[in-house]
Structure formats: structure tokens, C-alpha cells
Design a protein around this ligand. Structure first.
Ligand code: ATP
Ligand code: MG
Length: 415
């Protein structure tokens, strides 16, 4: 992509009403623009990034047997009444049509996916099944002040699995947890897993995947020696006993518990038989009896992840994208050398290397500042100086050193 053709421009100052780094930097760099609190436009660079994150998640969901579908965002009221969600879920957006008919906007999709899948899985031999989608969700959140970390409209991957019995569910639950850790690692994040028993109502266990960041809204305790991690909201009731800040870890009995702020980037939840029962949709088991499926749901906040990654990886000049999800790998800057740069640009494209080419007629200082703000992993500068030194200047966004490489070695160096 040529930067002269990009319809978005970088901004020197962040909008006054944005409090978080992710919203400030992503807006200044031209990735997103706020329409209203908790609702953002995704501009060309932002959409490319979102799609990259989405693709990493998709690959890992496909790998564990998830089948991708797309479900509607507009839901009939009846389905939400069947599960008691219509009256009990405070974040549910409700819409009335001109004929006074009522609808809900999807804030989660158990109400749609349960009838969809269970009408087809009539028999035990049709199970297990896991379907997922990557789509918009709507929630009437009260405090939408954290940029992409908390939207009223946000992008989520939600998977739902259906099992004939608990053992089969437990097996898949572990597989999904492992896939989640792999996803966050691929995205360059370290996610801690909190164990949150589903409260006093059930023995069901949910796991939250937390990334430490001061912009996060969760308050966690984690062990500095082992994997123990717990949400402070439920800390007193963990299976491992009481957990308190600065005390010895109840799990390994060696480490100390640290308190930190974190953002929940994903979670997995044991839904039990609730939804099958609510819709009275079961299957015929091998022994001929009617049973309800054990279901699991598995969410990942795709747009929240984009915000969390910016919160975690930036410096005072701008964003520093990890290679796995950068909108482009290379930022090619021409300093008055468009003829030479154009050839390099064409060659990069021919070699399937994603490149943003700054061909604009502006000062070198502005180009460098923009490159740092946008944060692509590699910067290639073609200037009179670099050509005199024998080629083009290559620099990683995360390092301050640069080196001059020969034009013919560019592809080799980047690969
Ligand atoms: P939170 O406690 O942050 O409100 P949640 O428990 O309500 O999250 P889920 O319903 O499990 O979240 O949704 C799955 C994932 O979607 C979350 O782990 C999170 O990454 C993301 N998510 C949830 N709410 C939002 C939101 N308002 N904006 C952006 N992402 C969100
Ligand atoms: Mg919530």
C-alpha cells in the first residue's frame, strides 16, 4: 500500500477524551476512530490488524476441530426469554421494531447456537461438536472508557461445544485451554490463567485468561513462582484455599502472591446442561434415553486483544507491533528517492512481503515520526545517504541500531 493513497493521516495529538494509551496511540496512528463511547471505526490499518489477530485465532480453533459459522446479531426476544436472559442480563441491548416486536442484539450466542446445533444433533453419534464464529457483540456497558478494552460493540471469537457426557467435555475443555495458551503466545502475550469456580451455585469451573496491564479492569493475585493466579473478586473462595496479597502461595507454598491489574483476553466456561434444558433440546443416547448435552463456551476478545497488545508493547514514540499481527511487515521510506524506492516496493510485493510505502512528498522528520507511531516491525529507508553507503538502511522498530544492506540482499535479510 502506498501511504499517499491511504485516506487516513496520523495525528500529532491524541483526542482529549481518550484516557488509555491504546485508544490514544491507535487513534493518532490512524488505526481506529471513535464514533461514540465504546464504539469505534476500524480504518484500513486497524482492520488489517484486526484481521491478523482473527486469523491466528481461527487457525487454532480449526486445529482443534471447531467449525466456523456466522450467526445473526439480531435475535428474537423469545430465545432470550427461554433462558431468562431477557430479564436478567443487564448488558443486553433490546430493540423494539415499528410493529412493537422486540429483539435483542447478540451479547453472546447460546440462545442462537443451542437450537441451531441441537436440531441437527439428535443422536449421541452426532456428538461431540464444536462450532464458532468471529463476529460483533453488543453490550450495554456502563464504563466504556478504556478504548478497545471495553466496547459497547466489540469483536469476539465465540466457540460453543456440545458433548454427550462429562468425560468427553472435560477432555475437550483441556484441549481448548491449551489452544488458548498457544494463541496468546503466538500473539506475543503471556496470559495467566485464573481458576474461577462458578461461584456458590455450582461446581462448574471457568478459566479466565489474563494479561497483566495497568489499563486492565481486573484485579488479580498471582504467584511469582508457580502458575497460581486468581481474580481478587473471588479470591477467598478458591479451591486452593484462601489467597491474600503478599502471602505465601496456597498452591506451591513457596512463591509470594503479587497483586496486579490485568485484562481478561479470553475465557472458557462450563455451561453444564442449562441451555439444552432451557430449549428442551436433547439427543437420544446409545441406551435409548433422552439426554441433554453438556455444553462449553469459549470466548476471546479479538478487538480487546488489539488494545491490550498496544498497551503492552509501545514506547514514547508509538506502537511496536509484533510480527504475527502487524498490518504490514515493512515500512519503506523514500527520502527523495522515489524512483529507487518504487523498484524496491515492487520487488517486495513480488516476494509476498507486506509493505507500506511512504512515497509522500513530506519531510524526513515527519516520515520517521510516522513510522515510529504506526510501529511496523521493520523500517527500510532509501535516501541519498543510504545509497552512498551502498544500499538501504534497515532498522527494527524495537531497536535503535540500523544497518545498511545492499539492495539485492533486501529479500534475503527480511526472510
Ligand atoms: P469482562 O469481565 O471484561 O466484562 P466478560 O466475562 O463479560 O468480560 P465474556 O462474556 O466471557 O466476558 O466474553 C469473552 C471475551 O470477550 C472476554 O474474555 C473479553 O476478552 C471480551 N470482552 C468481553 N466484554 C468486552 C467488551 N465490553 N469489550 C471488549 N471485549 C470484551
Ligand atoms: Mg462483562
Amino acid at each position: 500500500m502506498k501511504q499517499s493513497q491511504l485516506f487516513t493521516k496520523t495525528e500529532r495529538f491524541a483526542p482529549k477524551d481518550e484516557e488509555t494509551k491504546n485508544a490514544q496511540l491507535l487513534t493518532r496512528a490512524g488505526f481506529i476512530e471513535k464514533l461514540m463511547a465504546g464504539v469505534y471505526n476500524y480504518l484500513p490499518l486497524g482492520l488489517l490488524t484486526l484481521r491478523k489477530i482473527e486469523q491466528v485465532v481461527r487457525e487454532e480453533m480449526n486445529r482443534i476441530g471447531g467449525q466456523e459459522i456466522l450467526m445473526p446479531m439480531l435475535h428474537p426476544k423469545e430465545n432470550w426469554e427461554k433462558t431468562q436472559g431477557w430479564n436478567n442480563i443487564d448488558v443486553l441491548f433490546k430493540i423494539k421494531s415499528r410493529t412493537e416486536k422486540e429483539y435483542a442484539l447478540g451479547q453472546s450466542e447460546e440462545e442462537v447456537v443451542t437450537p441451531l446445533v441441537m436440531r441437527r444433533a439428535r443422536n449421541e453419534k452426532n456428538l461431540p461438536l464444536a462450532v464458532y464464529q468471529i463476529h460483533w457483540k453488543f453490550r450495554d456497558e456502563l464504563r466504556a472508557k478504556s478504548g478497545l478494552l471495553r466496547g459497547k460493540e466489540f469483536f469476539m471469537k465465540d466457540m460453543y461445544s456440545f458433548h454427550a457426557d462429562q468425560a468427553d467435555f472435560d477432555k475437550f475443555y483441556e484441549i481448548a485451554k491449551t489452544a488458548y495458551l498457544k494463541i496468546f503466545k503466538r500473539l506475543g502475550l503471556v496470559a495467566k490463567v485464573t481458576e474461577a469456580s462458578g461461584g456458590s451455585f455450582s461446581q462448574k469451573i471457568s478459566y479466565e485468561f489474563m494479561v497483566l496491564t495497568d489499563a486492565g479492569e481486573d484485579d488479580i493475585l498471582y504467584c511469582d513462582k508457580c502458575v497460581f493466579c486468581v481474580n481478587r473478586e473471588i479470591a477467598p473462595s478458591t479451591s486452593s484455599g484462601r489467597a491474600k496479597e503478599n502471602e505465601t502461595c496456597p498452591k506451591c507454598k513457596q512463591g509470594k502472591l503479587n497483586r496486579a491489574k490485568a485484562s481478561e483476553v479470553g475465557n472458557v466456561f462450563d455451561l453444564g446442561q442449562k441451555y439444552g434444558k432451557d430449549f428442551d433440546l436433547g439427543f437420544t443416547a446409545r441406551d435409548g434415553t433422552k439426554k441433554f448435552p453438556i455444553m462449553g463456551c469459549y470466548g476471546i476478545g479479538i478487538s480487546r486483544l488489539m488494545g491490550v497488545i498496544v498497551e503492552k508493547i509501545h514506547d514514547d514514540k508509538g506502537i511496536v507491533w509484533p510480527e504475527a499481527i502487524t498490518p504490514f511487515k515493512i515500512h519503506l521510506l523514500s527520502l527523495g528517492q522515489n524512483e529507487r524506492a518504487e523498484k524496491i516496493y515492487d520487488n517486495l510485493i513480488k516476494n509476498n512481503i507486506e509493505v507500506l510505502y511512504d512515497d509522500r512528498n513530506i519531510s524526513a522528520g515527519e516520515k520517521f515520526a510516522d513510522a515510529d507511531l504506526i510501529g511496523l516491525p521493520y523500517r527500510l529507508v532509501v535516501s541519498e545517504k543510504s545509497l552512498k553507503a551502498g544500499g538501504v538502511e534497515l532498522k527494527r522498530r524495537s531497536e535503535s541500531k540500523s544497518k545498511v544492506i545492499k539492495e539485492k540482499d533486501i529479500i534475503k535479510n527480511l526472510k
